[in-house]
Write a protein that binds this ligand. Structure first.
Ligand SMILES: Cc1ncc(COP(=O)(O)O)c(C=O)c1O
Length: 347
């Protein structure tokens, strides 16, 4: 549709940091090439130690995965066998794949009511009220939430841990918040064996092709998952990349500085286009409501500007008036805003 190679398209559709992969990670991968003739350490000792140290946990509370998506599969196997699972919607499509793969009973819990977005408190109140009537045993939460970008506070989530048999929190985008602003439940896994937290390294460090994530939970649960899955699900290049990534505090700070500078400007720019209504968000993407069908806008942006935005048709609750865009570099964000202004003015 754009009439050019994909390399010439400015891709706002994938919520991946534009800053990476970090040089430290590329160097670590390069150095690890020599180890390809060996199988990875089956216990993933260096990976588990690095993650455990990062979060102040024991290595037994950490399980590396071939992306958060692989660990989601095992989390959903546990969730599915408990009974009905509450799923805040709109939700990342892979949750359905993983839950339905184990015949899980998914009970969607709308973050919207009568077409309006609920506040966090109102949504969680409704969830707690409905838990009993709907006999929800498990809960699969995403924090910060994709696609809305909203953040649930740790204090608002803690009571849920006493109400559900199992709570799985996907924190794939949590790293984008500076450490003192994160609302992670990772610190609660020692006191709550019914909690699992999933984290991804692919978005923050721009490594989606490498596949890299981890779960934090009770040692007994993670050991069970270990017995279920393939041997060596994480390759040795990914292990070396993870250890280097976690140690690269300069890259982490650079990312937080970039996002603090670019995200507010992009949000204000979107707000200034009359036909658009962006939702405020804490992560590296925005969900935007639009006054016209997004597939038309998407096609026009691609054809006239070689810019790709993400329609939200895979989130059935959102219909065709929403799109999602990643935050990219200042110059790229300005390019998107200029293109949006042109296309909106054109009709
Ligand atoms: C909310 C959410 N969780 C998990 C993932 C998967 O992450 P990974 O690349 O680590 O498998 C994605 C990818 O888009 C996502 O949006």
């Amino acid at each position: 549709m754009a009439g050019c190679s994909p390399d010439f398209i400015l891709d706002f559709s994938a919520s991946i940091s534009p800053l990476g992969p970090p040089q430290s990670v590329l160097q670590a991968i390069q150095a690890a090439l020599a180890n390809l003739r060996h199988y990875p350490d089956p216990g993933y000792t260096s990976f588990c130690q690095a993650i455990a140290q990062h979060h102040g946990l024991s290595p037994q509370q950490v399980l590396p995965g071939n992306g958060a998506a692989e660990l989601l599969t095992w989390a959903c196997r546990d969730l599915a066998k408990l009974g009905a699972v509450g799923l805040p919607v709109p939700a990342f499509g892979d949750y359905y794949r993983a839950l339905q793969g184990f015949d899980g009973v998914v009970v969607p819990q709308g973050i919207q009511a009568d077409g309006a977005w609920l506040g966090n408190e109102a949504f969680l109140d409704r969830l707690v009220h409905r838990r009993r009537s709907l006999q929800l045993a498990g809960l699969l939460l995403n924090n910060p939430h994709n696609p809305t970008g909203r953040l649930f506070s740790k204090s608002s989530l803690l009571p849920l841990l006493d109400q559900f048999d199992l709570v799985v929190v996907d924190e794939a985008f949590m790293d984008f918040l500076p450490a003192n602003q994160q609302e992670s439940l990772v610190g609660q896994v020692s006191s709550h064996p019914n909690l699992v937290v999933l984290r991804s390294l692919t978005k923050f460090y721009s490594l989606p092709g490498l596949r890299l994530g981890y779960a934090v939970g009770s040692p007994e649960r993670l050991e069970r998952w270990r017995r279920w899955r393939d041997p060596w699900p994480v390759n040795s290049l990914a292990v070396s990349a993870a250890v280097a990534a976690l140690a690269d505090t300069a890259f982490q700070q650079h990312t937080w500085d970039w996002l603090a500078a670019t995200r507010p400007a992009l949000y204000t720019g979107l707000q200034s286009i009359a036909q658009l209504d962006p939702l405020p968000g804490v992560a590296n993407f925005f969900l935007v409501c639009c006054d016209r069908p997004v597939p038309l806008l998407q096609a026009a942006l691609l054809k006239h500007h070689r810019i790709l935005i993400r329609d939200c048709l895979s989130f059935p609750e959102l219909g065709d008036r929403y799109f999602r865009i990643a935050v990219k570099t200042e110059a790229e964000n300005q390019q998107l805003l200029a293109a949006l202004a042109v296309e909106m003015a054109g009709q």
